[in-house]
Design a protein around this ligand. Sequence first.
Ligand code: NIG
Ligand code: FE
Length: 398
Amino acid sequence: MAEFDRVWVGARLCTMAEGLGVVPDGAVAAKDGRIAWVGPRAALPAHGAPEVDCGGAWILPGLVDCHTHLVFGGNRAAEFERRLAGATYEEIAREGGGILSTVRATRAAGEDELLAAALPRLDALLAEGVTTVEVKSGYGLEFEAERRMLRAARALGEARAVSVCTSFLGAHAVPPEYRGRQGDYAAAAAAMIGPLADEGLVDAVDAFCERIAFTSAETAALFERARARGLPVKLHADQLSDGGGAALAARFGALSADHLEHASGEGLAAMAAAGTVAVLLPGATYFIREERQPDIAAMRAAGLRMAVATDMNPGSSPARSLLLMLNMACTLYRLTVEEALLGVTRHAAAALGMADRGVLAPGMRADLAMFRVGSPAELCYWMGGNPCIGRVVAGRDA
Ligand code: NIG
Ligand code: FE
């Protein structure tokens, strides 16, 4: 008799192990928070554990939102109205608005306030089947405020049944007190890595490499510091212009390079060679009306793994739905359903360096997302509405 804690039956599975990995009449068994067995129900070994009948629902690995800025103060609805009247995202940023206006609101907020503001945004993601979420700092831009953001991110993981992965994004913008001294601020941000990592607040180091943010040289110096500390890196790369971000990320063996609307073919090829995941953020392309799209054909040709995320943030992508991002990735970028779903499961886990999730396979964490849909394509097809009927985190109903 097999030793399981719990078994889900009467389900249709997307294991995501090879492509969608569809199992029409499937079963999943959990033991000690991990998947102990998965496959066709007819082959399920004899066991004495309680069975949950899923009534034909689809089960996928718990969804992974691998790029968010969930923790921040205030919002930028007023800036949105200015953009509707003709101002561009970049113009507003250059005037000291944009990211810096969120920095003002975030610096003014205490840790509890940041947590309280972030929770409803997190809950919206969880309601759709997310079980792992990445959260960045980057609206503090001074040690204590960056620390508060990262502590609030960790607190989110305590308050809800979800794995939170933190990225230190101190190099997101130059704060007002360093105006005209960008290099000094880049060095100051690099110096924050050690103390924040000492507190266990940093799982990865991220940066915004862009003509309105940091140069390649400043980003490289920051990445050297991360490397010395043994931390993986990720990069906001080539979002508004081609600054060689994709190639830079590849040079440092980054877990991911994100956005990539303006990335060059060489940059994408370098990423593929380095095993760097391409994180696609269609909400940002849409919301700032960026005309250029990431070169999906080149990504496919290079054999890049593509992930899809919300980029949930107040300025460029106030997106509280990962399922809507699936629709946008398919509609705007022409991803296939299989590519989009891999993008919020297996490839999203890879973008976070997490080898224990994103796939339904023995040994993986028993993180499941259950959906009342007729086919996997429906997860990408509907715009709005929520077909998620259950979440399991480490083997337990969540
Ligand atoms: O991922 N590109 C830089 N950072 C965010 C936007 C942040 C903001 O506008 O507040 C992004 O798009
Ligand atoms: Fe971002």
